[in-house]
Design a protein around this ligand. Structure first.
Ligand code: HEM
Length: 214
């Protein structure tokens, strides 16, 4: 398993796999197979893939620990950057066809519709993560600060789920499913953080009582 995970070809294969949803969308655009409402189709497909890639990224750390596969870490940055890639496409399908690239109309909409406000907050919170995803930025920020900053991916995932829940009109099963996944991943993370802290807590050595009488 390890040799598979550290192979450069596995990384190439995962990269190509992550591009499949994008390829499918391009194919559908060329073939004109976007259904009766092409904009809605693109918004939904890119929104879905953003949320899926956020969940894939969040799964890496628990999977590394549970299945004792530390080399899975090699894929975390790529998956996170794909989440950002799909949210950029998602945002463009909103900014272009919905808002005609009119930034002042976009700000008004962000302020007016709560589901857009949280979606936008999730998008903005992912920008610093994408910028600082390189080894150079880990060095510049220092491991601890970098890790702290990159925990905001949980914020993005939670906002993404709320955004989805608020925008669906009737059937909330899918947003609830993603919500449950994100909640499990977040609880697992908190659990492992607490147990790590407990095991790192300094052990108190009882001081021997000194009798004045010797
Ligand atoms: C991490 C950030 C985001 C995530 C995870 C996300 C996720 C989603 C999902 C899952 C959907 C529904 C897909 C479906 O019905 O199958 C959706 C729809 C949508 N999203 Fe996002 N989104 C994000 C950010 C944004 C941003 C920044 C905007 C715009 C400012 C936006 C605007 C929309 C719009 C307009 C729709 C379609 C609403 C409708 O059909 O009524 N989203 N998004």
């Amino acid at each position: 398993m390890r040799s598979l995970l550290i192979s450069k070809w596995t990384k190439v294969a995962v990269f190509l796999l992550c591009l499949v949803p994008f390829g499918e969308l391009v194919w559908r655009i060329i073939k004109g197979q976007l259904g009766a409402n092409p904009v809605e189709f693109l918004q939904h497909a890119t929104g879905d893939w953003t949320l899926r890639f956020l969940v894939f990224t969040l799964c890496i750390t628990p999977f590394r620990k549970l299945f004792k596969l530390p080399d899975l870490i090699r894929f975390r940055r790529m998956l996170g950057l794909f989440a950002f890639f799909y949210v950029c496409l998602h945002f463009l399908t909103y900014l272009g066809p919905d808002q005609s690239f009119n930034l002042s109309a976009m700000w008004k909409d962000v302020a007016k519709r709560p589901f857009i406000t949280v979606g936008f907050a999730a998008f903005v919170s992912l920008i610093p993560l994408a910028i600082t995803s390189t080894a150079g930025w880990i060095r510049r920020l220092g491991g601890k600060r970098w890790q702290f900053l990159h925990r905001s991916i949980y914020f993005a995932a939670v906002c993404g789920v709320i955004h989805y829940y608020w925008l669906v009109k009737s059937d909330v099963r899918k947003p609830l499913f993603y919500g449950a996944l994100v909640a499990i991943l977040l609880l697992w993370r908190l659990g492992s953080w607490f147990s790590q802290r407990r095991s790192q807590a300094p052990v108190r050595v009882p001081t021997p009582r000194v009798s004045v009488n010797g």
